[in-house]
Design a protein around this ligand. Structure first.
Ligand SMILES: *[C@@H]1O[C@H](CO)[C@@H](O)[C@H](O)[C@H]1NC(C)=O
Ligand SMILES: *[C@@H]1O[C@H](CO)[C@@H](O)[C@H](O)[C@H]1NC(C)=O
Ligand SMILES: *[C@@H]1O[C@H](CO)[C@@H](O)[C@H](O)[C@H]1NC(C)=O
Ligand SMILES: *[C@@H]1O[C@H](CO)[C@@H](O)[C@H](O)[C@H]1NC(C)=O
Ligand SMILES: *[C@@H]1O[C@H](CO)[C@@H](O)[C@H](O)[C@H]1NC(C)=O
Ligand SMILES: *[C@@H]1O[C@H](CO)[C@@H](O)[C@H](O)[C@H]1NC(C)=O
Ligand SMILES: [Zn+2]
Ligand SMILES: [Zn+2]
Length: 579
């Protein structure tokens, strides 16, 4: 019994494998936790997640919690730094929690923290893609389950998660001042000091309204990631002075001890009746939501009213030639196993790539970027529909493909706060220039113009076949066919492009993007393009044009946009070479 208890305890505080895994700088960073012996980290109900309020539903069974001894100053026993977190242990069988829709009574074991750096946020869960500065987890175990079975039950543990936000309030919270004053005494890994019984759990929670919370089923966020946790995330963050929060990374010398968000994989997120939920979608492109594009700037944490926003209209008369805009180097664009999954985000369809496989460099970029995902912007199902985000000399194209890349030396959170943290490659998509569906009816003729048009259109056929499987918003399916990014791009000219500094084109519109907009369009049959609005169910998913302000748009030196004459000249040259 003691042995089992010890095992559970060690698993909970993550001491047992402290040398085998980490957040950064070791062999087993979060992406590789799946490889650890006995790991559940690759299963499909993992934590943390992004709390997307647009898909949260209210559950009337999520009544108020009952907290026992949360205001007692006798419950917090000790504080320790275990190499992964700062943890406070609770006296055994002292503090308890039930209600709140939990299936029974839970006993509080410990609480611990997740943080970023002194300047960057580090909560584990995110809230509509927003990461809070820190997160506190109060870990509780079900009292009527034998300890040896707790990790085998989906509700064996209940974790109460609190977002922590930084304030500049001169009146520092006394309990947090007291708690963080101990950090200087536990800088060595596994050092531990007793607390002098001056603080209660309730003192740390402060004024948070405990009747407003979210609920979902998930896992421990550290190895072995057992799927044994009923998660509660409180809606209101705890307010703590900025200087006190900075003590966590500063004193421990540990930073970014949070796991990246995990896919929802069909799970539901519910909210207690008191939790305010936005009616319908938070933001959208049409007028069916609270925040239409002109109001995106009013979203919390939004950058959408900045001076360097995207998309823009590219006026080819005023672009500047830049000889530094050299050829790109594309790594693993030809890898047919690079696409991991495809998901319906509610405002786009996104293909998620395998981690750390595909890369882009060169092309005047000053860093190596790793390719995260690509997604699409479109209009309607009608034949003449247009839906690209960028326009060239005011011409809007039928669709636009965005390949999103993150600076390899930065985390995603750092990248979205850095002016060149992201590089997006934009490709316009157009139907074949020749009338009707050339690829279907006259393959022989097109074969003379392009290297392998049939296989390229096969790639788009394969991709668009997945769309019917992700009709539901937030659904995601594994990509099992073998197609590469090169297969989708075909033989589009990748030497000739425009360059400017801009932003993400969806909230929160972070101005972190080096934009590349290729001049030549990728060719896709209209009936395949139509699959996007048809299956996704939403239309015209492009942001209106933004002002250039003081920015310049640059172009590769070779030529301006190939006009019809040059284009046909080019074709006949190729024709001459072939024949
Ligand atoms: C609450 O704390 C008191 C004092 O430490 C203790 O006697 C009591 O058993 C605790 N209550 C529960 C339900 O654990
Ligand atoms: C700080 O606290 C004191 C005493 O509680 C109060 O008088 C003062 O107004 C507070 N200051 C601010 C800025 O809240
Ligand atoms: C923390 O460290 C300081 C200075 O090293 C020491 O004076 C103090 O007694 C320590 N406090 C505890 C609770 O160990
Ligand atoms: C905690 O309380 C004890 C007595 O209850 C007191 O001696 C000690 O100074 C307090 N510690 C802090 C950090 O306030
Ligand atoms: C639940 O808690 C909230 C805030 O603490 C309170 O306003 C509300 O009346 C409580 N509801 C019930 C049913 O007790
Ligand atoms: C979409 O959602 C509906 C209702 O929630 C469900 O019945 C259906 O199976 C789902 N379809 C897919 C493809 O996931
Ligand atoms: Zn945690
Ligand atoms: Zn986009």
């Amino acid at each position: 019994m003691y042995f089992l208890r010890l095992m559970l305890w060690l698993t909970l505080v993550a001491l047992v494998k402290s040398n085998d895994w980490c957040y950064t700088d070791c062999n087993h960073t979060p992406e590789l936790w799946v490889d650890l012996e006995g790991s559940h980290c690759g299963e499909d109900h993992q934590s943390p997640i992004d709390i997307v309020t647009s898909i949260v539903t209210t559950d009337p069974n999520l009544n108020n919690f009952t907290f026992v001894n949360f205001s007692s100053r006798q419950t917090i026993k000790s504080i320790t730094y275990n190499g992964h977190s700062v943890q406070c242990d609770i006296e055994e069988n002292e503090a308890e929690v039930w209600g709140g829709g939990l299936s029974g009574q839970y006993s509080v074991k410990q609480f611990h923290f997740h943080w970023g750096t002194e300047t960057l946020p580090g909560s584990e869960h995110t809230f509509n893609d927003h990461r809070y500065p820190m997160e506190m987890h109060i870990v509780t175990a079900k009292t009527d389950v034998p300890e040896s079975e707790i990790l085998d039950k989906e509700d064996g543990l209940a974790v109460l998660g609190f977002f922590i936000t930084a304030t500049e309030d001169i009146n520092m919270s006394e309990p947090w001042l007291m708690l963080t004053s101990y950090l200087a005494n536990i800088t060595d890994v596994n050092s531990k000091v007793e607390l002098n019984h001056n603080i209660s759990i309730g003192d740390l929670i402060g004024q948070v309204d405990l009747s407003k919370f979210y609920r979902y089923m998930g896992s421990l966020t550290t190895p072995d990631c057992n799927q044994a946790v009923v998660w509660t995330l409180f809606h209101e963050p705890i307010q703590v002075h900025k200087g006190l929060l900075q003590r966590f990374p500063k004193e421990t010398k540990l930073s970014n001890n949070y796991r990246p968000v995990q896919p929802l994989n069909g799970r539901h997120i519910t909210a207690s009746p008191a939790t305010p939920l936005p009616p319908g979608h938070m933001w959208c492109y049409d007028d069916q939501c609270d925040f239409t594009p002109s109001l995106w700037s009013e979203l919390p944490h939004s950058h959408c009213s900045g001076e360097n926003q995207s998309p823009i209209d590219i006026d080819t008369q005023s672009v500047l030639e830049d000889e530094h805009l050299s050829s790109f180097k594309f790594t693993n664009f030809d890898n047919k196993r690079a696409i991991k999954s495809i998901t319906n985000k509610g405002h786009t369809v996104e293909c998620i790539l395998e981690h750390d496989l595909v890369e882009v460099s060169g092309g005047g970029l000053e860093h190596v970027y790793s390719t995260l995902q690509f997604h699409f912007h479109w209009g309607t199902e009608s034949t003449n529909s247009v839906g690209s985000e960028h326009t060239v000399d005011s011409k809007r194209y039928p669709m636009e493909l965005h390949i999103v890349n993150k600076r390899k030396d930065l985390t995603l959170d750092e990248a979205v706060q850095t002016p060149d943290g992201l590089a997006v490659l934009g490709f316009f998509i157009e139907p074949p220039q020749s009338t009707k569906s050339a690829y279907d009816s006259v393959p022989a003729e097109t074969a003379a113009h392009t290297s392998s048009p049939a296989s390229k259109m096969d790639a788009w056929k394969t991709l668009t076949l997945y769309l019917s499987a992700i009709r539901n918003i937030s659904s995601e399916v594994e990509f099992t066919d073998e197609i590469s990014i090169d297969d989708l791009l075909g033989n589009v000219n990748r030497e000739s492009y425009f360059r400017y500094s801009g932003s993400l084109t969806t909230p929160m519109c972070n101005e972190a993007v080096v934009w590349t907009v290729f001049k030549e369009s990728v060719t896709v049959d209209h009936h395949l393009m139509k699959m996007f609005p048809k299956n996704a169910g939403y239309h015209n998913v492009f942001r209106p044009r933004q002002s250039l302000h003081s920015r310049e748009v640059y172009t590769t030196a070779a030529a301006t946009v190939p006009g019809p004459t040059l284009f046909y000249l080019l074709l006949s040259c190729i024709g001459a070479l072939i024949s």
